[in-house]
Design a protein around this ligand. Structure first.
Ligand code: MN
Length: 177
């Protein structure tokens, strides 16, 4: 049996921070053995009034969820990847495939940094919006999530730490975004 990402026996989410040609976040939800994936240029906001663009990208292998390290120069997405948050995710709808097909996916996150209710709403084609629902995990003022937290939630490392760590993992699998 393959080891489950993060040792969690329920469907996981991961939010990776990726310093490629442009720095962005990658939000991934485990579903049916793969990772549904969205690139979120500005990352999540805890403010329900702030809607963050989330561009749907290719499904990724489940094994990529816990990857933290370097993608080699010359490969797609070359640069550093760190695990910014992870945990369990629970969809609000019973039929998540139908929810995604319909373009509205509501869910709860139980991460280290992210919690409460969230939604992904499709604008058009691959463009979605990631929005915090109004609940006790929401915020209306004060520093936002990406100001409150930085670096790896697993190891505390920054991009520069990973770039200069001779022991950092190197991704040698298929192209990742
Ligand atoms: Mn990426």
């Amino acid at each position: 049996m393959a080891t489950r990402p993060f040792g969690i026996d329920e469907p996981i989410f991961v939010l990776q921070h990726h310093r490629a040609s442009r720095v962005h976040f990658d939000f991934r939800l485990e579903h049916a053995g793969i990772l549904w994936s969205w690139a979120v240029p500005k990352g999540p906001s805890c403010r329900p009034s702030v809607k963050r663009l989330a561009v749907r990208v290719e499904d990724h292998p489940l094994a990529y969820a816990s990857f933290e390290g370097r993608i080699p120069a010359g490969s797609y997405g070359a640069g550093e990847v760190l695990v910014w948050d992870f945990g369990r995710w629970t969809p609000h709808a019973d039929d998540v495939d139908a929810a995604v097909a319909r373009g509205h996916l509501g869910f709860d996150l139980a991460g280290r940094r992210l919690g409460g209710g969230w939604a992904l709403d499709r604008l058009r084609d691959d463009d979605w919006l990631l929005v915090k629902e109004r609940d006790t995990a929401a915020c209306d003022d004060g520093p936002d999530l990406t100001e409150r937290f930085s670096g790896s939630v697993l190891t505390g490392r920054s991009f520069d730490d990973i770039a200069t760590d001779p022991d950092a993992a190197v991704w040698t699998g298929d192209d990742v975004h």
